[in-house]
Design a protein around this ligand. Structure first.
Ligand SMILES: [Zn+2]
Ligand SMILES: [Zn+2]
Length: 280
């Protein structure tokens, strides 16, 4: 089997992905991928396109149908991208233990806002910019600090297989304040968080979603030497929302990992996670 032809973080029209699940699977097969995981968003505190209590059954049924239909071409896995919101809403919630899941991704997209609600720090910059002004009076530092506080709580709570897009706030925060990620307080927060991922029982994602548009990875490439020193178990994922992006940035991310001396990434095959060589 050829390695590095995988992606375990993807969306589809069961959540905010822009095409039916089957279109993503067909795109993955067309790119020669041999393992692919579907990981729609779980319900979030703000109205959005996510799975809902009444759509989980259809979601898992569609994965099962496609797994059977394409079993000679690709390994298909059932997953979820689960938000850490608070003590009740997170990956250890009992509702997930009853689902036919192969693995889960734990991610932060929301922070508590001063108005008592929750604010998305994810998505396109225009929306972030508006929310930052309206709900945080443009206090971007507080937003970054809350993102890392949520990230800390998510790691402490655990319950997921892959830690999703660590340091994703870097993109929207840098659009607002271009040099923010080189400020000492920011570096300290990111350093502490990434360091806290070492020695845990979960894998850590290198997320390539923003590579094509912004030439950014999460965690950012500046942190790759630290990822190596920490010996994190890394998984490269595209977090695709469009079928044409199933493997977007994968090759570049693998090359950049190799350049800092990282020689292995983790893949799921035949239901087992294992370290495999980077072959690019
Ligand atoms: Zn995400
Ligand atoms: Zn995602």
């Amino acid at each position: 089997m050829q390695y590095n032809l995988v992606n375990y973080h993807s969306h589809c029209d069961f959540c905010d992905g822009r095409a039916p699940m089957e279109a993503f699977v067909e795109a993955a097969i067309a790119r020669g991928m041999n393992a692919y995981g579907i990981s729609s968003h779980t319900e979030s505190p703000e109205p959005g396109r996510t799975l809902r209590r009444d759509t989980y059954a259809a979601y898992f049924a569609e994965i099962a149908r496609l797994r059977e239909k394409y079993k000679r071409q690709i390994e298909l896995y059932a997953a979820l991208e689960i938000d850490y919101i608070d003590e009740e809403r997170n990956a250890v919630s009992p509702m997930y233990s009853k689902m036919p899941l192969d693995y889960t991704i734990g991610s932060i997209h929301f922070i508590p806002a001063p108005d008592g609600g929750w604010m998305s720090v994810d998505g396109a910059y225009d929306g972030f910019r508006e929310r930052l002004g309206a709900r945080f009076g443009n206090d971007v530092r507080t937003v970054v600090e809350l993102f890392y506080e949520q990230s800390r709580k998510m790691v402490a709570t655990g319950g997921f297989t892959i830690c999703g897009h660590a340091d994703k706030i870097a993109l929207n925060a840098s659009c607002f304040a271009p040099d923010i990620t080189s400020e000492p307080w920011y570096e300290e927060l990111a350093y502490r968080h990434l360091s806290s991922l070492a020695g845990k029982d979960f894998l850590v994602e290198v997320n390539t979603k923003a590579w094509e548009q912004h030439h950014r990875l999460f965690p950012s490439v500046e942190w790759f030497p630290l990822l190596r020193r920490l010996g994190l178990k890394l998984v490269v994922n595209s977090d695709c929302h469009y079928p044409e992006r199933v493997d977007s940035g994968r090759f570049q991310a693998l090359q950049l990992l190799r350049q800092v001396g990282i020689e292995r990434v983790w893949e799921l095959h035949a239901g087992r996670w294992a370290a495999v060589p980077i072959c690019v």
